[in-house]
Design a protein around this ligand. Structure first.
Ligand SMILES: [Zn+2]
Length: 290
């Protein structure tokens, strides 16, 4: 962790960047000599682990498991493995998920697959008001629409959509794919009119693969995502769904890394990021069970 954080071996104050610091063994923190508030700091200061009483001895294995378990890990598994409460485990996983989000925004190019799927939809288990909202805004049976664009041999971008309508799907594609790329999709009407691309559609009512025209790589991603949601995350609230999609996309996009490379990659993101309880839940004091 020290090597990752201070690659040149010099401990620096996260507040002022100064190197005049001393280690205070009794409190297990460093203290900066400069005259500013927040003079003491630890390895956790300024990372997503800050302000948590959970020691790095639990945070680091939790991070390792999240980034390297192919089907994801549930808060219940982490609770058993680390001896923290399930609620704490849930909070830890959500913090780590934030850090593993892909923040690159280069557009995809070349051979592209565009596809969508429906997730969830157990509307009868929701509160009446919530159910009404889901059924009004979403796909059949209150399912949530998820759209993806994938560059063959490269990366995937996936996100929750309100509808499968043309305006929304095409805006998502244009935002993420370079003009001139070849876009493969199914025969859904929403994909018609992608004029700045070479658009090729395969009608799933007839066949799934027509030579090079197919969305098989997207289909693979959906099945991984659904397996992880079904098997691991018992009940994912729609509000949190995007985090699980990002997590699966992260593992997909870094599939050629070794476990250690993937871990180090995420640790570099974790350093210098924070997340408050409110950002995490969207409201105060409500915890999901996933
Ligand atoms: Zn300082």
């Amino acid at each position: 962790m020290m090597d990752l954080r201070w690659w040149d071996g010099v401990v620096k104050c996260p507040t002022c960047g100064g190197i005049k610091v001393c280690w205070m063994p009794s409190q297990r923190v460093w203290k900066c000599y400069a005259g500013h508030p927040k003079r003491t700091f630890s390895l956790k200061t300024g990372t997503i682990y800050e302000d948590s009483p959970i020691p790095l001895e639990k945070w680091l294995p939790a991070t390792w498991m999240l980034v390297n378990c192919k089907n994801g890990i549930s808060s219940w598994e982490l609770h058993r493995a680390l001896g923290v409460s399930q609620k704490t485990a849930w909070f830890m996983l959500q913090r780590i998920r934030l850090a593993s989000q892909d923040k690159t925004h280069n557009k995809l190019a070349g051979e592209i697959e565009a596809d969508g799927t429906f997730i969830g939809g157990k509307a009868r288990n929701m509160h009446a008001s919530e159910r009404e909202e889901k059924i009004k805004g979403r796909g059949p049976d209150g399912k949530t629409v998820v759209a993806a664009v994938l560059e063959r041999g490269g990366t995937i971008r996936a996100r929750v959509c309100n509808t499968r309508r043309k305006a929304e799907l095409q805006a998502f594609i244009r935002e993420n794919v370079e003009a001139g790329a070849t876009v493969n999709s199914d025969a859904l009407k929403s994909y018609e009119g992608l004029d700045e691309f070479t658009h090729q559609a395969v009608d799933h009512a007839v066949q799934y693969v027509d030579g090079n025209i197919h969305t098989n790589n997207c289909e693979n991603f959906w099945s991984l995502l659904k397996r992880s949601l079904k098997g691991t995350h018992v009940a994912v609230e729609p509000f949190h769904l995007f985090r699980y999609i990002d997590e699966q996309a992260f593992r997909y996009n870094n599939r050629n890394m070794s476990d250690m490379e993937r871990f180090v990659y995420v640790m570099r993101h974790i350093i210098g990021r924070r997340l408050t309880y409110k950002q995490l839940t969207g409201k105060d004091g409500q915890v999901a069970h996933g």
